[in-house]
Every structure is written in C-alpha cells, then in structure tokens.
Design a protein around this ligand. Structure first.
Ligand SMILES: NC(=O)c1ccc[n+]([C@@H]2O[C@H](COP(=O)([O-])OP(=O)(O)OC[C@H]3O[C@@H](n4cnc5c(N)ncnc54)[C@H](O)[C@@H]3O)[C@@H](O)[C@H]2O)c1
Length: 260
C-alpha cells in the first residue's frame, strides 16, 4: 500500500478557479498528479489562473445558471477525457447587512451562487461519476454554516445548506462509489476576505485573537485538505464536513482566546 496523497491519473474540475482557494487548490491537485480544468465567472482571473496552471483548460461559467453549469462540467470532462474529482470553490461573500435592511435580490443571488451553483455542479458531475461507479466531490462550506452571527443571513444559510447537501448526496451516491465531502474553512487570507477588510467589515486582529492558532489560514491549508478528501487516502470518508479553521469551531469561550 502506498502512503501519502497521490492523484496520478485523476481528472479534476475546480470551480472558482480564477482566484483564492479555487486557484490554489487547482495548483495543489496538479502537484499531486491530477490533470485539472478550471471554471470561473471572472474571465480575467480565469485566464491568469490558467496561465499559472500550465495553460489548463478554462471555461467561463456562472455556476448559478443551470445550462451554463451543465455545459461547463461536460465540456471540462470532454477536455480532460473524463472526470474523477470536482471541487466547488465558486462562491460569493455576504453583503454583511442587518436582516431588517436587506433587499431580497442580493440575498437571492448569494443563495443562487453558493447553494444552487454548488448543487448544479454536483448534479452535473454526478451525471458523469455515478454511471462510472467512481468519483469524489468536495464542496466548500464555512464556519458560518453551523455558527451564526449577525449580518450574514444569506451567506450563513447558504453554507449550512451546503453541509446538508453534502450529506444528502453522499447518502444518495455512496452505493455507486461516489464520495461527497466538504471543507469548512475559518477565515482564510484570500481576496474575498481582503475585500471585507478593505471595506472595514472585518478586523483581522480581532479574528486572530478569536482563533486558537492565532492567525488566518492560507488557501494552501484549505487546498491540502481538499486534496486529501478527493484522494484515495479518504476512501472511507463521505458526507463529512472537515473544518479547516485554526480551532475556530473548537473555541466556545467569551472574548479573546488568549485572554479568556
Ligand atoms: N476566504 C475565506 O475566509 C473563506 C471562508 C469560508 C469559506 N470560504 C469559501 O471558499 C470559497 C472560495 O472563496 P475565496 O475566499 O477563495 O474567494 P475568492 O473571491 O478569492 O474566489 C471565489 C471565486 O469564485 C468566483 N465566482 C463568484 N461567483 C461565481 C459564479 N456565479 N460562477 C462562477 N464563479 C464565481 C469568483 O469570480 C472568484 O474567482 C467560497 O465558497 C467561499 O465562500 C472562504
């Protein structure tokens, strides 16, 4: 038995590959031996990621659009010669507004990208993986799935639903050899979080103080965990959400972890 992660011969699609966790994860999957394709709604980010990733196949796609999601997963599988791994890293952040001040259209868009988009890509990947009798899907939830805090009444529910969706699909497709898991990142230093910091909606020092490991995570720390869950090293794991959060979920005290 070989020890360590290898993805030799695996063919992987990563959504949200134009930035942050998706781009980094695609690179890590490649390092472990997979051939990758990426998709993103942002054409500029997508083409620069593709160049970094050795000119890998890249498809512009809004995952919230059913026909685009279906066509893109099939096009990626055609380009790669099959599909063994799908990572759902496309996502959008919350508006960070109080519930009583929210309009429904932006709320719905967050749900459509994060939840519906993840579902549509999973379903399209399942159409290929289930008849093949093998495959691994990794979704991205968040500590904001099980945890609640103010001004996240779209993002939090979308991520809680991704945890539930991951369980449902794992139960539905397990007998056909398709595993479905999720990672639940804490705060990770990506353009998404930098945008919230720049807008004054997130304070990095407070996050560091609330996190047992005392710092934000890196995209690579999430990508490594995704690679593990997608690999045969995780062959008996399905339906799980593995938190990659520096201990955020473990901490239950009041105030800063250092001074409590
Ligand atoms: N960064 C964090 O702290 C953190 C924490 C928990 C969960 N997450 C989740 O991780 C995932 C990746 O986030 P990130 O931090 O790398 O953010 P990011 O903004 O750097 O990357 C997200 C990517 O998704 C793409 N995208 C957005 N809407 C899309 C759509 N409709 N169709 C296709 N692509 C779309 C964006 O263009 C972008 O390239 C998201 O699901 C996010 O919710 C991030």
């Amino acid at each position: 038995m070989s020890v360590g992660i290898t993805l030799d011969g695996k063919r992987a699609l990563v959504t949200g590959g134009g930035s942050g966790i998706g781009m980094t994860t695609a690179g890590i999957l490649r390092e472990f031996g997979a051939t990758v394709a990426i998709t993103d709604i942002n054409e500029t980010g997508l083409s620069s990621s593709s160049a970094i990733l050795g000119g890998c196949p890249a498809f512009v796609c809004d995952v919230a659009d059913e026909s685009q999601a279906e066509a893109t997963v099939q096009a990626a599988a055609d380009a790669l010669g099959g599909l063994d791994i799908t990572v759902n890293a496309a996502g959008v952040v919350d508006e960070v507004k109080f519930a009583l001040e929210r309009d429904m259209a932006p709320w719905q868009r967050i749900m459509d990208v994060n939840l519906r988009g993840t579902y549509q890509v999973c379903r399209a990947a399942g159409r290929i993986m289930v008849p093949n009798g093998t495959g691994a899907i990794v979704n991205i939830a968040s500590v904001n799935g099980p945890g609640g805090w103010p001004r996240r009444t779209a993002y939090g529910p979308s991520k809680a639903a991704i945890i539930a969706l991951t369980r449902e699909l794992a139960c539905e497709w397990g007998a056909q050899g398709v595993r479905v898991n999720a990672v639940g990142p804490g705060y990770i230093a990506t353009p998404m979080i930098q945008g919230l910091v720049d807008a004054g909606k997130v304070d990095t020092e407070r996050l560091n103080n609330r996190t047992p490991l005392g710092r934000l995570g890196t995209p690579a720390e999430v990508g490594q965990t995704i690679a593990f869950l997608a690999s045969d090293m995780a062959s008996y794991i399905t339906g799980e959400t593995l938190f990659v959060d520096g201990g955020w979920m473990a901490y239950g005290g009041a105030g800063d972890v250092k001074t409590f």
